[in-house]
Write a new protein. Structure first.
Length: 778
């Protein structure tokens, strides 16, 4: 990797591809997932077959236990809140109450002794709904006279953000060319391998409930569920055991978890629910449903001088908790100018309600869509000015840091230009262009597409407060303990589910206190044993929990030096911690960490009050946020007969600051790119005009398989962050952000001879074929 920044801190463990400490159990099939737990009672939800209407009656079979809204009157609705952007709070009942608002909304819950029995009974529950015409499309929702989804949000606009820099109009008027891109991102589902699941068990001795659930934010689930039910939070323990992927879908509070917890408390037993794939596709959270119009004003040298955006986000029937449905449109508004130097900006960002499944975060959050739109705009501008797509980026990428964006975001040091040049170098453009021409002559269509982007990561609480969120996640706390045997544990509030934090945080501690990572256990995901924290989302954990870990480990180090100084009768400054020992430099005197730990717990009378007993330290970190970046390049082959696109080569030159474990970093990028290619080419949740969902299984909704994903070429740069004490930037989502832009630019490059363009994702064979047919007719 190329390093930009202070570099080489002589670390022994950070920067090494040690194997993941979490993997042995998982690869041997010994992971523990929520759905593995036995339960006395099982729940099956009866879901609305109608997108909109009034519930007339619910008829349960004789003797069955069927819970409806009438049975849970004391349970509060989920009502997320934003204090800005004309946000209209709307509440979501835990079970549909009087009205249904999307196909798949839970109307009743059947409780039975087994999952099978609950499912059979659910089939016999009759729901009578007086159907109303549904509003499905985001643009249709804001037409005059569109039916209102919630009375609280007139015109179905649940939020409206507007921004305009003071000099905008003057600069706009000087443009040599205005380039426009009308982009459409269809709706997608995060599709974690493990769908949602909850298991709540009542303890008759303490009266407490232990809720196991597949979640990214266990502490916030506890706070929110206790709040909905009106129970003391201390009576609820939430455990996120092994979690089979989240990708944002498991960040939001779902009604089902509230109901399962309420049932366990009400029935004083254990109650479980495991979502099936169909439920996950129709009733879990969706994402990415946006119309984005972007106009760029360029001067005569193809320099972008002003940018105007209109973001319309179809947020579905309700608002998700805790981010609210502002998560997509407001992030689009804040981060749209991306890696480009443009100080004049105007944006209108709206969230609109429809009779569709609620939208929430999905890996990359909004940036896959805004990057796609912005990068299409750049390629269109390149064409209009007859300059090379790489060249127009060279003219416009930010190269001076720190940089303050038009929206006031402070970018720390980044490498937009450098990562693109690494990619350009690796690709050999002249050779590709020659091959492309030869192929065209034979009726074969190749294309290449570049995408550069900036990704804000490791958001601290001020960033969420700026968005007006009533709840501002951001900080993390870590408790590091050296136990009396000299082994180490770190209890963290963050809640990884595949990101490898047990390994990377151990690497950070290992370097600080001089013990190998195998001696360090990272404990997470249990509200009884981990400190309060916010979980894993928004490419934050290694930045924020990693920072908190470093702070706590530094305190442990300071204390170990004190103890060693006392035990070895040496000056602290002469002591080095390494190989599980404290050594006096330049001598053969040393003492093991086990002996120091034993002293700290059992021989504290010898400290004479100068050193506090015990060996636990705490670190809390709430950073301002830092910006990762990358350049993605896709090389595609387009079949002009069928419209089929094959990604033949995919290259990523990424920069997430200091890389703690290169193998884990590569894995995150690989997975993200695979999801992103699915988003670019295949994945689409389709509703018909009545609001029925046509993609309710994995034959119709198509995540990519190994067949669609080429081997991915990775290049790293390490621009050490000044805004993150580990110098690491977030990495978890970046892989997903680039592919829609790079792949669509590549498809459009391949389409050049036909004179047509596609600005819709996914770019399915049907869409491409339709474009080519129209071109033939013209
Ligand atoms: S989509 Mo993420 O879990 O912020």
């Amino acid at each position: 990797a190329h390093t930009k920044g202070s570099g080489g801190d002589g670390m022994k463990w950070v920067g090494r591809s040690i194997r993941r400490l979490e993997d042995p159990a998982l690869v041997q099939g010994r992971g523990r997932f929520t759905g593995d737990l036995p339960s006395a009672r099982w729940v099956r939800f009866v879901r609305s077959p109608n997108a909109a209407g009034t519930i007339k009656s619910i008829t349960a079979p004789e003797g069955a236990m069927v819970i409806t809204a009438a049975d849970i009157k004391g349970v509060k609705k989920i009502t997320p809140m934003l204090h800005k952007f004309n946000y209209k709070p709307v509440g979501q009942p835990i079970l549909a109450d009087g009205e249904v608002r999307f196909v798949g909304e839970a109307v009743a819950a059947v409780v039975a002794a087994s999952e099978e029995e609950a499912e059979d009974i659910a089939d016999l529950v009759e729901i009578e709904i007086e159907d109303t015409a549904a509003v499905v499309d985001g643009r249709a929702a804001i037409e005059d006279g569109a039916r209102q989804i919630h009375p609280e949000a007139p015109g179905n606009v649940i939020l409206k953000g507007e921004a305009k820099t003071p000099g905008f109009d003057d600069v706009w008027a000087t443009a040599a060319k205005i380039i426009r891109c009308d982009a459409r991102s269809h709706r997608q589902n995060a599709t974690p391998m493990e769908a949602r699941a909850a298991h709540a068990a009542y303890d008759p001795v303490s009266g407490r409930i232990t809720l196991h659930c597949t979640a990214q934010m266990p502490h916030l689930m506890r706070t929110a569920i206790a709040d909905c039910i009106g129970m003391p939070e201390s009576d609820l323990r939430v455990i996120a055991p092994d979690v089979g992927g989240g990708f944002g879908q498991k960040m939001s509070l779902c009604t089902e978890y509230v109901l399962v917890t309420w049932l366990a408390r009400h029935l004083k037993t254990s109650v479980a629910w495991t979502e099936d794939r169909r439920e996950n596709l129709i009733a879990s959270f969706h994402s990415r449903d946006q119309y984005v119009t972007l106009e760029g004003a360029f001067d005569k040298d193809a320099k972008l001088i002003a940018l105007r955006a209109d973001v319309l986000s179809n947020v579905g029937a309700y608002s998700c908790f805790p981010t609210t449905c502002g998560v997509e449109p407001l992030m689009a508004m804040a981060e749209m100018p991306g890696p480009y130097d443009v100080q004049q900006y105007q944006c209108l960002a709206r969230g609109v309600l429809t009779n569709t499944c609620t939208m929430a975060a999905y890996r990359g959050v909004s940036r896959p869509v805004i990057t796609f739109t912005l990068e299409r705009l750049m390629d269109k501008a390149a064409k209009a000015f007859a300059v090379d797509p790489i060249d127009i980026r060279r003219r416009n990428l930010i190269t001076q840091f720190p940089y303050k964006s038009a929206m006031g975001l402070e970018y720390d040091e980044a490498s937009y230009r450098e990562t693109m040049e690494i990619a350009v170098e690796a690709i050999n453009m002249p050779a590709f262009r020659a091959r492309q021409q030869l192929a065209r002559d034979k009726g074969e269509y190749l294309g290449i597409g570049f995408a550069t982007f900036s990704e804000r990561t490791g958001y601290g609480s001020p960033a969420f407060a700026a968005r007006g969120m009533a709840i501002t996640p951001g900080w993390e706390t870590v408790h590091v303990t050296v136990d009396p045997s000299g082994f180490v544990e770190a209890r963290i509030g963050s809640s990884p589910h595949g990101q490898g934090l047990r390994t990377t945080l151990a690497q950070i501690i290992a370097d600080e206190i001089g013990v190998p990572p195998e001696m360090i256990k990272v404990i997470h995901g249990d509200t009884d044993t981990a400190p309060y924290g916010w979980g894993t989302f928004a490419s934050r954990s290694l930045v924020i929990s990693g920072g908190a870990t470093l702070i706590a480990a530094r305190k442990i180090r300071a204390k170990l030096l004190k103890i060693a100084g006392h035990m070895l009768e040496a000056a602290e400054t002469d002591i080095v911690l390494e190989d599980g020992k404290a050594k006096v430099a330049g001598t053969d005197r040393d003492i093991s960490i086990a002996a120091m730990a034993r002293e700290a717990y059992t021989q504290t009378h010898r400290f004479k009050g100068e050193i506090e007993p015990g060996l636990t330290e705490s670190g809390t970190y709430d950073p301002p946020g830092t910006f990762s970046n990358a350049c993605h390049v896709a090389l595609v082959r387009l079949d002009a007969e069928t419209g089929h696109v094959k990604v033949e080569r995919y290259l990523v030159a990424e920069d997430a600051g200091r890389i703690i474990n290169p193998m884990i970093a590569d894995g995150q990028v690989h997975g993200g790119v695979a999801q992103g290619i699915g988003n670019a080419l295949l994945e689409e949740i389709i509703y018909d005009e009545s609001g029925a969902i046509l993609t309710a299984n994995l034959a119709d909704y198509m995540p990519p398989t190994a067949h669609e994903i080429p081997s991915i070429e990775l290049h790293h740069m390490e621009t050490l962050s000044t805004q993150s004490i580990t110098k690491a930037k977030g990495l978890g989502e970046g892989g997903t952000i680039g592919p829609p832009a790079a792949v669509l630019n590549a498809i459009n490059d391949a389409l050049t001879p036909f004179g047509v363009e596609i600005d819709t994702i996914p770019a399915t064979p049907q869409r491409i074929r339709a474009l080519l047919r129209n071109a033939e007719r013209a």
